[in-house]
Design a protein. Structure first.
Length: 73
């Protein structure tokens, strides 16, 4: 068992995945996200969401614009 996991974590993750499948994925400023765009992995915190739903992510070095469809976590 992973030392960082607590009882109920797997159930909570399953519930979250089910809700995202049913209601779609929603992002908020401050969320930590990661993904892959054009074969290159990236991660960081959402700084803002533009009017078209695109994400502007702070990766610790710069601000990068990312398509929310590229988010994997």
């Amino acid at each position: 068992m992973d030392a960082n996991r607590m009882p109920g974590d797997a159930e909570a993750a399953g519930a979250i995945a089910g809700m995202q499948e049913t209601y779609g994925r929603h992002f908020a400023v401050g969320d930590f996200v990661s993904g892959q765009t054009n074969g290159k992995p990236w991660s960081g915190r959402i700084e803002w969401i533009d009017d078209d739903g695109g994400l502007v992510v702070n990766n610790g070095r710069s601000l990068i614009a990312r398509n929310p469809d590229h988010v994997t976590h």
